[in-house]
Ligand binder design. Structure first.
Ligand SMILES: *[C@@H]1O[C@H](CO)[C@@H](O)[C@H](O)[C@H]1NC(C)=O
Ligand SMILES: *[C@@H]1O[C@H](CO)[C@@H](O)[C@H](O)[C@H]1NC(C)=O
Ligand SMILES: *[C@@H]1O[C@H](CO)[C@@H](O)[C@H](O)[C@H]1NC(C)=O
Length: 372
């Protein structure tokens, strides 16, 4: 069968355009609104640092973690797929170009800022940021100590090291520009309560929930001041989730229902976070600090799941059949649900990729102030 010559000609032209478009893109990528994403935190933002900490208590380096990630392999993320911060990272890449996958490949970037302790965190890859987060960490130094995670202080120490390496890769002036333009995300607090305060009665005798919250908030404030002092200008800090509606606390203490006291206490913390964030914003020159409210969108999924395509909000997708007290998935595939896109939670405490995508959309709306 003869094909019209015109088809081949058009194809050839398209191919030539395609091939030449790549190096052109690489030389002059459209100006990015956000040059890099830097993240600090606990298991909600750990993208694999704990894999490189032999003693770390929490690791997600085995299946079924990561089974629906882009590589379909466990990476250290406590999720079946992408974290909220991965989605916000994609948002950054799609601001650069209307064809995100093409742009990131053509520029030779990994799709996501690497875990700082991983071998990938070197050379040009550092330009897009890094994650210093470590599962089991918290605002309270004692939380990280229990779980052999990178404490707040350690994450800051590595961040300072990162700044020096970035300056080596790109020069001091450019590195300073990247860091002042970068979005710095902080996501701590959940572990301080759920993996420490609520399970340690001597800690509870030492501080009321309100006092413990104040102590955490002071750590938050000093971390923000330190970041600001080092030149960071765009900082987003996540609120606590509805702690009383996570599957693990529900199974442990809730007899199948959300524990409203824990949710009220989470909101008490969140109000203090909001108040302190506005004080810091007005005090520190040039600082753009936004509290990213994850309580509201996660609660929305939990109270109206079917409106958003979800069916299960009480149980995690994995590990639910075996033990009622399961927090993390077990390193076996059995007991993993077949339809995680209908589950809000992947394991006993962490949302699924599907839920993270919904939360990320809400955060991107809230975080527009950071890049405006
Ligand atoms: C509980 O908290 C107290 C007070 O901070 C601390 O001394 C103790 O080591 C903690 N216990 C555990 C098991 O973490
Ligand atoms: C904190 O501030 C955010 C953004 O203004 C808001 O959505 C949220 O409801 C506030 N949280 C509390 C507990 O007041
Ligand atoms: C798995 O990932 C694909 C592509 O990213 C997505 O379309 C699908 O909904 C995901 N499945 C679940 C269960 O989240």
């Amino acid at each position: 069968m003869a094909k019209p010559v015109g088809t081949y000609a058009a194809l050839a032209v398209a191919l030539v355009l395609f091939v030449f478009a790549l190096p052109l893109r690489a030389q002059s990528p459209p100006a990015a609104l956000v040059p890099a994403i830097i993240s600090f935190g606990d298991s909600s933002t750990d993208v694999g640092n704990n894999n490189y900490i032999p003693a770390a208590a929490f690791k997600a380096d085995f299946p079924p973690y990561g089974r629906n990630f882009t590589t379909h392999k466990p990476t250290g993320r406590f999720c079946d797929g992408k974290l909220v911060t991965d989605f916000t990272g994609e948002c950054r890449i799609s601001y650069q170009s209307f064809r995100p996958s093409l742009a990131s490949e053509a520029l030779g970037f990994a799709s996501f800022p690497p875990a700082y302790l991983s071998p990938q965190a070197s050379g040009k890859r550092l330009l897009q940021g890094a994650s210093f987060a470590s599962a089991g960490s918290g605002y309270y130094e004692g939380t990280a100590a229990i779980y052999h995670a990178l404490s707040l202080a350690k994450q800051m120490e590595y961040y300072k090291e990162y700044r020096i390496e970035l300056a080596k890769v790109t020069g001091k002036r450019k590195a300073a520009g990247i860091l002042s333009g970068a979005v710095h995300l902080m996501s701590f607090g959940n572990g301080d309560f759920f993996q420490n305060y609520y399970i340690n009665s001597s800690l509870r005798r030492l501080y009321t929930q309100d006092e413990f919250s104040q102590l955490l908030i002071r750590r938050f404030a000093s971390f923000v001041k330190d970041l600001h002092g080092l030149g960071a200008r765009r900082i987003g800090a996540t609120s606590l989730p509805p702690v009383g509606c996570l599957p693990a606390p529900i199974n442990l203490f809730g007899h199948g229902r959300c524990i409203s006291r824990l949710n009220a206490e989470a909101q008490n913390f969140n109000r203090k976070l909001n108040a302190t964030a506005s004080q810091l914003s007005s005090k520190l020159p040039g600082l753009n600090l936004v509290v990213l409210d994850i309580f509201t969108p996660l609660m929305e999924l939990i109270t109206s799941p079917s409106e958003h395509g979800f069916a299960e909000v009480r149980k995690g997708c994995c590990g639910t059949g075996t033990s009622r007290t399961t927090v993390l998935c077990k390193p076996r595939r059995e007991g993993v649900c077949a339809n995680p896109e209908q589950y809000v939670f992947w394991d006993g405490v962490h949302p699924t990729q599907a839920a993270n995508q919904y939360i990320a959309h809400s955060l991107i709306d809230q975080g527009i102030a950071l890049i405006a």
